[in-house]
Ligand binder design. Structure first.
Ligand SMILES: [Zn+2]
Ligand SMILES: [Zn+2]
Length: 149
């Protein structure tokens, strides 16, 4: 396809490495514009579609971790999950690139297109919507003094 060179406006092929007149890197510029347009379309397509199991705590609402006590013994402890705020469920969102688990804290920024896919609280889950839940208790909010079994 012929396009006007962005620098000198002479008609050049959009695959030309450089404009024959002014040397402007045409193909690179065209590829960059395409990437930007695709990214903008992907960000604009974001929406929340429902709920999904929290990947961080595996839908339990809490995470196990190991710690040593004062006697040097390793004990398994748990901490409430910050991403899902103890509920075991996150927001499920989608855009043109697929589906994502998005934490409560990240939801607003993700929908607004301010957070990219590698941001904290955002996990890519695949091309298809996830509709299954792994644990019966996911979705409940645990009491702080309750010990998970
Ligand atoms: Zn040119
Ligand atoms: Zn969680």
């Amino acid at each position: 396809m012929l396009i006007p060179c962005p620098e000198c406006e002479r008609q050049v092929s959009d695959r030309a490495k450089a404009c024959p007149d002014c040397g402007f890197p045409v193909a690179e510029h065209v590829a960059e514009q395409k990437r930007e347009a695709e990214l903008a379309a992907r960000l604009a397509s974001r929406e929340r579609v429902g709920e999904i199991d929290c990947p961080r705590c595996e839908a339990r609402g809490f995470c196990y971790f190991e710690a040593k006590n004062e006697h040097g013994e390793t004990r398994q402890l748990f901490t409430w999950c910050e991403d899902c705020k103890h509920s075991g469920r996150l927001h499920q969102c989608r855009d043109l690139g697929g589906y994502y688990a998005v934490s409560h804290a990240a939801l607003e920024g993700f929908i607004a297109g301010e957070l990219d896919v590698e941001s904290e609280g955002v996990t890519f889950v695949g091309e298809a919507e996830v509709v299954e839940h792994r644990y019966d208790r996911a979705g409940e909010v645990w009491d702080d003094d309750e010990t998970p079994g």
